[in-house]
Write a protein that binds this ligand. Structure first.
Ligand SMILES: *Cc1c(COP(=O)(O)O)cnc(C)c1O
Length: 242
């Protein structure tokens, strides 16, 4: 059986290889460990290997673990479906939010962050519904410029880039096309997005190689780091709706 250290060494080698193929340097891609359903102990083991960025989907589950791990100085990303009555907790406890898709929520997040952490804006990625799936969170790609215009001046949030959860498909060529569409969209709005625009959050355990080849700067991996989740089907991000 492989230890978690060996598993992570192998994974990092795979990531490095893809980053090299994409013509960038190894620092260009951040590995975000998706720790939903994992215990504080499991997170500690992964942090000991050297990972610093962790992603959580459910506040009720995340907050006690985060309190347990407060001594570790980890960077916490909220990557779950965003409910408007939970923005305050996110502002208080998280460094990043990957799932912004409503202007009203952006305004509330900004105001609450300014109140709770006046000196450090919340890092935010806008979620794009890249495959235009009717039940999926995220804004349709063509609405991004108008959306940006509405949120660009908000002082409590720092607009870092885009995030998407593409429809799972088997064909790697198809996957790359979808990631490329997100990457193109990211570049298209650079002139209006401001100087903090530097993050393309795409790629999960099943498709991170294609995501890296198309320019991902942050990949979100759960299974590839920790192994299969209990009741993986129920937890599938593809079922995310609001
Ligand atoms: C669960 C989840 C992941 C990680 O999924 P794996 O397939 O386990 O790598 C990534 N992003 C989001 C938004 C998730 O909900």
């Amino acid at each position: 059986m492989h230890s978690i250290q060996q598993q992570l060494d192998n994974l990092q080698a795979k990531i490095d290889q893809a980053v090299e193929r994409s013509g960038r340097n190894p620092q260009a891609v951040t590995l975000l460990a998706v720790s939903k359903t994992r215990t504080a102990q499991e997170i500690r083991a992964v942090a000991a290997w050297g990972l610093r960025n962790f992603g959580e989907n459910y506040l009720q589950e995340a907050l006690p673990k985060m309190a347990h791990l407060a001594d570790m100085g980890l960077v916490w990303h909220f990557i779950g479906a965003l409910q408007s009555n939970k923005t305050r907790d996110i502002c208080q406890h998280f460094h990043w939010l990957h799932t912004l898709d409503r202007i009203k929520v952006a305004k509330r997040l900004s105001a609450q962050r300014l109140e709770l952490h006046p000196r450090s804006p919340l890092n935010v990625c806008i979620q794009i519904n890249i495959d235009r799936e009717p039940q999926k969170a995220g804004i349709p790609p063509e609405q991004l410029p108008d959306f940006l215009e509405e949120v660009i001046g908000l002082k409590g949030i720092k607009l870092r880039g885009l995030m998407a959860i593409p429809k799972p498909v088997v064909d790697p060529h198809h996957r790359r096309q979808t990631f490329r569409a997100l990457s193109d969209l990211f570049e298209q709005v650079i002139p209006m997005a401001g100087s903090d625009w530097d993050t393309l959050s795409m790629g999960m355990s099943a498709d991170f190689v294609e995501a890296i080849l198309e320019g991902a700067t942050l990949i979100r991996l759960g299974t590839a780091i920790f192994g299969p989740r209990p009741s993986q089907a129920r937890q599938s991000p593809c079922a995310d709706v609001h």
